[in-house]
Design a binder for this molecule. Structure first.
Ligand code: ADP
Ligand code: MG
Length: 381
C-alpha cells in the first residue's frame, strides 16, 4: 500500500498511511509558490515514521523531502530519546502529534547543521516547515538516490577504508558535534560515489592539462553519508553512552561480517570517546596504529585453537562491557570526564555500576518497509 497513491481518496485512511494530509500539502504548495520547489516526484522511501520524496528546484537541482508522519502512534516510542535531553524539556507535547513531529523535524534539521558544521558528510539541511524537512539529495544526476550501505555494491577493497572513515566520523560526531547518532547502522548510512558531471556545460569544466599524467581524481571511491539524525542525542543525555555503544556494535558487526579487521567493540568505544589522540599523531594515525595492534594480537597466536580462545575471550570481554558500562542517571553516577578518563587509563573495569538498567535493544531496523519502485505524487486539487 502506498502512502501516495490515494491522494484523491477522500476516505481518510489510517493516519500512518496519510503522510500528505491537507496541511502537509499546503506546506508543499507554499514551497512551490515561493520557488523553493518546482515539483515533488516519487517516494524514495516509505518508513514507519517518515517518508522521503524526491523533489526538484526550479533550477532542476535535486532535493530530498523528509515528511514526518503525523500519527500519534509512531512517535510514542521515541520518548526515550527526548526525555532527559535539555533542548527538549519544554515545548514537547505528547498529546499533540503535529507538535511532536515538528520537534523531531526541527531536531533533525539542527543536528544535520551540526554535522555539516563539523564537516561530516551528510545531506545539507535546507529548510524545515512543520513536519517537512528539505535537504540536499544524495544521489546521481538523474535523481536516483544513492544506496544505503546495507544495499550498496561496495568494492571489497573499499570496506576497510570505509570502516576507518566511519569510526572517524563517529568520533567527530561525538567530540565536535557533542552528539551520539543513536540509530547508526548500515540502514542509516548512504554509500555515495561522486560522479563528475557529464551533461553540464563543458566549457565550465576544467580542461585537460598538458601533463601526461591523466587527471586522476583519487577521490573516485565512494564515501559514507550519515542520515536520519532526528533521534540523535546530546553527549550528556543519560543514555548517550548506551546509544553510542549500540551504534558501535552495529558498525563492528557490519564490517566484521564483511571480513574487515575491526577494533572490537570495547576498543572502538575507547577510540571514539578518548579525549585526544594528539600524542599518537592525531586521530587518523592513532586509528591506524590501533588497528595494527588489534591485528598483531591475532597474529601472535600460534595455533588455531589458541587464536580461537583469544577471539572468544575478546568477545566475552565485549559482552561484559556491553552489560557493564551503563551510567544510570546523569547526577547519580555519571561524571563523563572522570569516567572516560578512567576508561582511557584502562580502569574501565572499575566502572561497573551496580544497579545497571540493562541494555536497551537497538531500534528495530527499518529494512522491510522500503518500497522498491517509484511512485508519483500528484498535486492536482
Ligand atoms: P527513516 O526515519 O524512515 O529511516 P531516513 O532518514 O533513514 O528515514 O530516510 C529513509 C531513506 O530515504 C533512507 O534510507 C534513504 O534511502 C533515503 N534518503 C533519506 N535522505 C536522503 C537524501 N538526503 N538523499 C537521498 N536519499 C535519502
Ligand atoms: Mg532510517
Amino acid at each position: 500500500p502506498s502512502a501516495t497513491a490515494n491522494m484523491k481518496d477522500k476516505s481518510d485512511r489510517a493516519t500512518t498511511e496519510q503522510v500528505l494530509d491537507p496541511r502537509t500539502r499546503i506546506i508543499l504548495f507554499k514551497m512551490i509558490g515561493r520557488g523553493l520547489l518546482y515539483e515533488v516526484n516519487g517516494c524514495v522511501s516509505t518508513g514507519k515514521e517518515a517518508n522521503v520524496y524526491h523533489a526538484v528546484t526550479p533550477e532542476r537541482k535535486h532535493l530530498a523531502l523528509k515528511i514526518y508522519k503525523t500519527s500519534i502512534l509512531v512517535f510514542k516510542d521515541r520518548d526515550r530519546y527526548v526525555s532527559g535531553e535539555y533542548r527538549f524539556r519544554r515545548g514537547y507535547s505528547r498529546h499533540n502529534p503535529r507538535k511532536m513531529v515538528r520537534v523531531w523535524a526541527e531536531k533533525e534539521m539542527r543536528n544535520l547543521k551540526r554535522l555539516q558544521g563539523a564537516g561530516i558528510r551528510c545531506p545539507e539541511p535546507i529548510e524545515v516547515r512543520e513536519n517537512v524537512l528539505v535537504m540536499s539529495f544524495i544521489g546521481d544526476a538523474e535523481g536516483w538516490a544513492s544506496p544505503r550501505l546495507k544495499d550498496a555494491d561496495v568494492p571489497a577493497s573499499e570496506f576497510s577504508i570505509l570502516y576507518s572513515e566511519l569510526l572517524l566520523m563517529v568520533r567527530q560526531l561525538f567530540h565536535d558535534c557533542k552528539l551520539v547518532h543513536a540509530d547508526l547502522s548500515e540502514y542509516n548510512i548512504l554509500y555515495h560515489v561522486e560522479h563528475p558531471p557529464t551533461t553540464a556545460d563543458d566549457s565550465q569544466l576544467p580542461q585537460p592539462s598538458d601533463s601526461l599524467e591523466p587527471e586522476k581524481d583519487n577521490d573516485q571511491r565512494g564515501h559514507l553519508y550519515i542520515i536520519d539524525v532526528s533521534q540523535s542525542v546530546e553527549q550528556d543525555h543519560p543514555h548517550a553512552f548506551d546509544f553510542l555503544r549500540s551504534d558501535l556494535r552495529n558498525v563492528e558487526d557490519f564490517f566484521s561480517r564483511h571480513g574487515i579487521r575491526c577494533l572490537g567493540l570495547r576498543r572502538a568505544f575507547e577510540f571514539v570517546t578518548k579525549e585526544s589522540h594528539e600524542n599518537e599523531g592525531g586521530n587518523v594515525a592513532a586509528l591506524e596504529k590501533w588497528l595494527e595492534e588489534s591485528e598483531k594480537d591475532d597474529n601472535d597466536e600460534s595455533t588455531e585453537a589458541s587464536a580461537d580462545v583469544n577471539r572468544r575471550s575478546a568477545a566475552d570481554e565485549d559482552s561484559v562491557f556491553m552489560r557493564s558500562y551503563i551510567p544510570r542517571t546523569l547526577n547519580e553516577v555519571y561524571d563523563p570526564e572522570r569516567d572516560v578518563g578512567a576508561l582511557n587509563r584502562g580502569e574501565g573495569k572499575g566502572l561497573i555500576y551496580k544497579d545497571t538498567i540493562g541494555i536497551i535493544a537497538p531500534k528495530e531496523k527499518d529494512g522491510d518497509d522500503d518500497n522498491g519502485g517509484e511512485r508519483r505524487v500528484r498535486f492536482e486539487d
